[in-house]
Design a binder for this molecule. Structure first.
Ligand code: PEP
Ligand code: MN
Length: 353
């Protein structure tokens, strides 16, 4: 993909707007409030929803609303396309840029059809990563569009579905967009912290990580009243928060240190962060089991502290430490603390019963 045409140069390139277009006045209101920090205004008008009975977008009428946004604010506009009919309607209504959603990238038939419908058209197209972490599908989608002459391409990293409990709605798996960059060094990558986070509170941190990893832009969902949003209410932020996040981003200079080395280090640190967050989650799961044990002991009038059980825990951890070549003293100390708080917690629970 040597001839990819770069269609933006500023960094971060900011795409913002609501998850879904809900009314014309809503779009204009949001657009006016975010335009000073926004390069392209986004709004989904055909929404790929998991459940059949939920709001699935306003449809074609939303295209004229996007045009009103353009007239009122001068912002360029962007929406999601999943079928050739969507593409045709967007082109007819002069939408400036398109994105292909995560649920579409998984299907090479759709991607092929969309790229044929876009043949000969000079429009930037962003491709979101597929729902599951299969890099080749993402790569293949770019290749299909490129082969049909679509040269203004960019990626959107929106995280990956996982059944594991995580603080993220979609696991970022930062190593995947980094591998994509290695395959296509000139392909811009925009991070979508909204769909990765799934909640307002971590959007800032995810955006900062994306900048630290040298990503080119951000796609952020902004709603004038997130609480009553018809889709993705938990993760949409209001314009005030949006400006705050952008203002507080730290943009590091590339030249001083070796950016590649820095990216690798940051990536390894994110792996540590992910594991730490799993450790805390498991401690929380453990605490819930401790509560079960406390109820059981209380019901059967058993003592809380049972020395044999403590010896058994120590013996098992010692066995683990040998098998996993871990420092035995370290594991013993960690378990002394865990066990101490487990006993305290049970004492509290039983005294309340
Ligand atoms: C969206 O951007 O609103 C959307 C539906 O995204 P994704 O395809 O990442 O789920
Ligand atoms: Mn959304």
């Amino acid at each position: 993909m040597k001839q990819i045409k770069r269609f933006f140069h500023n960094k971060p390139f900011v795409i913002a707007g609501p998850c879904s277009a809900e009314s014309e006045s809503q779009l204009i209101d949001i657009a006016k409030n975010i335009s000073s920090d926004t390069d392209v205004f986004r709004a989904g008008i055909w929404k790929p929803r998991t459940n059949a009975d939920t709001f699935s977008g306003v449809g074609e009428i939303g295209l004229s609303w996007l045009n009103s946004v353009k007239k009122e604010t001068g912002l360029r506009t962007m929406t999601e396309v999943a079928t050739t009919t969507h593409v045709e309607k967007c082109l007819k209504n002069e939408v400036d840029m398109l994105w292909i959603g995560a649920r579409t990238t998984v299907n090479p038939f759709y991607i092929q059809e969309i790229s044929e419908a876009l043949k000969g058209v000079n429009i930037p197209v962003f491709i979101k990563n597929p729902i599951h972490p299969e890099l080749d599908l993402w790569v293949g989608a770019f290749e299909r569009l490129y082969k049909n002459g679509i040269l203004q391409l960019a990626a959107i990293h929106r995280g990956f579905f996982t059944y594991n409990h995580s603080i993220f709605r979609n696991d970022p798996k930062w190593e995947i967009p980094i591998k994509l960059k290695e395959i296509f060094p000139n392909l811009p990558i925009v991070c979508d912290p909204s769909h990765i986070s799934g909640k307002e509170s971590i959007i800032q941190d995810v955006s900062q990580i994306a900048m630290d990893l040298s990503m080119d832009g951000l796609m952020i969902e902004v709603h004038n009243n997130p609480k009553i949003a018809l889709t993705d209410a938990n993760q949409q932020i209001n314009p005030k928060k949006f400006h705050q996040i952008l203002k507080s981003l730290i943009l590091r200079k590339k030249a001083i240190t070796n950016q590649h080395v820095y990216n690798r280090l940051t990536l390894i640190r994110r792996e540590i962060d992910a594991i730490d967050s799993q450790i805390v989650q498991q401690l929380c799961n453990r605490k819930n089991i401790v509560k079960k044990i406390a109820d059981f002991k209380s019901k059967h009038k058993l003592t809380i502290f049972q020395i044999e059980r403590w010896y058994e825990i120590l013996k098992n951890r010692k066995k683990d430490s040998v098998e996993l070549e871990m420092n035995e003293k370290m594991l013993t100390e960690i378990y002394e603390v865990i066990h101490k708080y487990s006993v305290l917690f049970q004492t509290e629970l039983i005294s309340k019963n």
